[in-house]
Write a protein that binds this ligand. Structure first.
Ligand code: C5P
Length: 220
């Protein structure tokens, strides 16, 4: 049977990844972090010395972009070829390049195709797919579509608590720059028609997970 797709979008620092993973875990669903696909490509461009500002050069690498994203909520991994880059894709030098590769239309088509085939092939009862354009582009027909938001202040605070190797100011600046670049490509700040907003500003982690599960249970 076809897995139930739960589409979750939101900005950086909204808690999207950790909440989606916890929801998948509770429901015995698979979990797909689509940002990891864009990060893996950004990592590969750094590894191969390709200038991410050169869209044609980035597109030329897609044929040999052999990425695998683990979909089990407990055994999350990202590989390019034989190389495990699960940790490496979180490095600030990768984060700084990711918006540049994500704005290339050919890149988005390529990864969208990959995400759809991963979702279709999930063997679990459902799959939580999270990113920026899942509710609008990757899975606009998904039976459950959620926009996870939080105030900018809350998002900055959460992100700087996660990243301890940089000052709060550096983290906030990088986050704002990335949100601004990304929002020129896809709108992940306003809920599209039929998309349910969950605002986590005043919710703790468990309350946010519960709120998302409530939306899923109401819809399915
Ligand atoms: O979610 P995460 O912060 O890991 O995403 C990394 C980057 O990947 C985003 O800043 C954005 O440029 C890109 N992205 C995207 N569309 C998605 C998921 C991520 O453009 N569906």
């Amino acid at each position: 049977s076809i897995p139930l797709v739960v589409a979750i979008d939101g900005p950086a620092g909204s808690g999207k990844s950790s909440v989606s993973k916890a929801v998948a875990d509770r429901l015995d669903f698979a979990f797909l972090d689509t940002g990891a696909g864009y990060r893996a490509l950004a990592w590969l461009m750094l590894d191969r010395g390709v200038d991410t500002a050169d869209a044609a050069a980035v597109v030329a690498e897609l044929d040999t972009f052999d990425v695998e994203i683990g979909t089990h909520p407990h055994r999350h991994f990202v590989r390019v070829g034989e190389t495990d880059i699960t940790e490496a894709i979180r490095e600030p030098r990768v984060t700084a390049q990711v918006s540049a590769v994500a704005r290339v239309p050919r890149v988005r088509e390529h990864l969208t195709g990959l995400f759809r085939s991963v979702a279709e092939q999930a063997t679990e009862a459902g799959i939580v797919v999270e990113g920026r354009d899942i509710t609008t582009v990757v899975a606009p027909d998904a039976p459950v579509r959620i926009l996870l938001t939080a105030s900018e202040e809350a998002r900055m605070a959460r992100r700087s608590a996660q990243i301890t190797t940089q000052s709060a100011e550096t983290v906030a600046h990088a986050l704002r720059t990335r949100d601004r670049a990304d929002s020129q490509v896809v709108d992940f700040m306003t809920a599209a028609d039929g998309v349910t907003t969950v605002d986590s500003t005043h919710l703790d982690f468990e309350q946010t997970v519960d709120a998302v599960i409530d939306v899923i249970n109401t819809a399915r």
